[in-house]
Design a protein around this ligand. Structure first.
Ligand code: 5AD
Ligand code: SF4
Length: 484
């Protein structure tokens, strides 16, 4: 949460121009409005934040929640709320379709609740054709903003509260990073921490560089300060977030490597586990492997997107590595951190992918034996170089390859997941088990879940757990009593 008190802000004068003070001014103004509306209605006003897409969006949504709570809304447990915001994703077309589909439902809710406000933000809003469509066919939406100005949410919501027209504010790009705005964590004991924004890689299929803008690294001092504050607030595990964490620090005034940043973060007392995502294979350095090997806090897990096992397709994807280099990198990582869990992303059906190319992907899967893999059907994103490539692969062919890939990935994953049976592992307890409240559910360093007897008092604590039985993709276990 923030350390600036809303009630001490003077909102009778002009809004300050500097940030974040300007946003605090608008939060105070919005809070007054929400307070008055709630008094009139005789009930609190409620909100619902619905997040689509990646961890980056999940973290952004915590910032939206932080602002909404600060200005006096209360969290609702469904979309039957007074303020509903969708934080959208556009990495694949089906994510867009889901948003359009759900907007129809929101419209029906709004007809029943005249106080309801509907807002849309996130990656999908950075696409001009989306905003055009919303203006034309979804005029009941109250507020639309993008990824670059999310820090302006208080100002935008204050404007929307004062307006009965659709408020739209989309920026093409930004070089600004605004620190010190409120955020409300979903979990008390773990948190995402942005270390950089945007992406400069322009993989030829990917829309992210267009909607998230150029790569910008946060200042290491700001990152450490945030992590120290999280540790002081009881956070044991952090996930460092960036589209390509391995190129962290290149654009800073005083450049710094990701490995060097990790060494600094490791020193923060109270933080017990460090995770990060995502790593681009082309930038994964020997220095990082060394830091992972020496670290007591970095989890033995690496998400290393392969995308394709065919060097020919990798070149068309603009990935800057070959099948052989990727496999060498995996060998090097495993030699340094033998029990590391490796996970990946794979795209099937990239333009011009042949059966031979696909077999190369299967070959890498069989050689690396990933702990798990996210598999995606290639989705054509307007404006990316791949969308204009000839020979898009027919749908039936892609579907057939996708099913073969999924079967292979799942079989391997089931086998690799069970390799820890009978060992004792550290588990961070996350919650009381949803189906059986005599059990708790926690996560191991390699990201797999474990269910074992326990109670709510264990949430947020690291326990040593004996892994008794592997049930496919999770374990049943027993906590080991500490000897002292
Ligand atoms: N089609 C399918 N999958 C995609 N990804 C990114 N862009 C596309 C696309 N156009 C996948 C990549 C990336 C993950 C986050 O999403 O595998 O690593
Ligand atoms: Fe997209 Fe490639 Fe950047 Fe990842 S590294 S966000 S796949 S352009």
């Amino acid at each position: 949460m923030s350390n600036i008190s809303m009630d001490t802000i003077d909102i009778t004068g002009e809004a300050p121009l500097e940030e974040p003070q300007r946003q605090y001014y608008y939060m105070a103004a919005a809070k007054k409005k929400i307070g008055e509306a709630s008094k009139k209605l005789g009930r609190p006003l409620t909100f619902c934040v619905n997040t689509f897409g990646c961890q980056m969006n999940a973290r952004d949504s915590e910032k939206l929640v932080g602002v909404l709570e600060e200005i006096g809304y209360e969290q609702a447990d469904s979309e039957q709320a007074d303020f509903v915001i969708y934080n959208t994703c556009t990495v694949r077309e089906n994510a867009n379709q889901r948003v359009y589909g759900r907007l129809g439902y929101l419209h029906s809710l709004k007809k029943k609740n005249p106080h309801m406000m509907i807002a849309l933000c996130g990656c999908m809003m950075q696409e001009p054709h989306v905003v055009e469509k919303l203006k034309k066919s979804y005029s009941f939406v109250d507020l639309i903003f993008g990824t670059h100005n999310i820090y302006k949410f208080p100002e935008l919501i204050a404007t929307a509260l004062d307006s009965n027209r659709m408020v739209i504010d989309i920026w093409k790009d930004t070089d600004q990073i605004v620190e010190d705005l409120p955020s409300e964590r979903k979990y008390p004991f773990k948190s995402g921490v942005n270390i950089m924004f945007g992406c400069n890689n322009f993989c030829s299929y990917c829309i992210v560089p267009y909607v998230r803008g150029r790569e910008r690294s946060r200042n290491p001092r700001d990152i450490i300060r945030e992590i120290e504050a999280l540790a002081a607030d009881g956070v044991a595990e952090i996930m460092l977030l960036g589209q390509n964490v391995n190129s962290y620090g290149k654009t800073l005034e005083t450049p710094m490597t990701f490995a060097a940043l990790l060494r600094e973060i490791e020193k923060v007392e109270g933080i017990q586990r460090i995770r990060f995502m995502t790593s681009h294979p082309k930038d994964l350095s020997d220095e990082l492997i060394q830091v992972m090997k020496e670290s007591k806090k970095i989890c033995p897990h690496l998400h290393l997107p392969l995308q394709s096992g065919s060097s020919r397709i990798l070149e068309k994807m603009n990935r800057h590595y070959t099948k052989e280099r990727y496999l060498q990198l995996v060998d090097k990582i495993r030699a340094a951190v033998p029990d590391i869990s490796l996970t990946t992303d794979i795209i099937v059906g990239f333009p011009q992918e042949t059966e031979e190319d696909f077999l190369e992907t299967l070959d890498v899967i069989r050689r690396v034996r990933y702990d798990s893999a996210f598999t995606f059907i290639y989705s054509k994103r307007t404006g990316t170089p791949a969308a204009a490539m000839e020979d898009q692969v027919p749908e039936e062919v892609v579907k057939e390859r996708f099913d073969r890939l999924l079967k292979e990935v799942q079989e391997i994953s089931r086998e690799t997941s069970s390799r820890l049976t009978g060992t004792v592992q550290e588990v961070l307890v996350e919650e009381v088990n949803e189906h059986d409240n005599s059990l708790v559910t926690g996560r191991m360093g390699n990201n797999l879940l474990v269910h074992f007897p326990g109670d709510a008092s264990m949430i947020g604590k690291l326990c040593r757990v004996s892994l008794d039985e592997c049930k496919g993709f999770y374990y049943m276990g027993t906590a080991i009593k500490d000897e002292g």
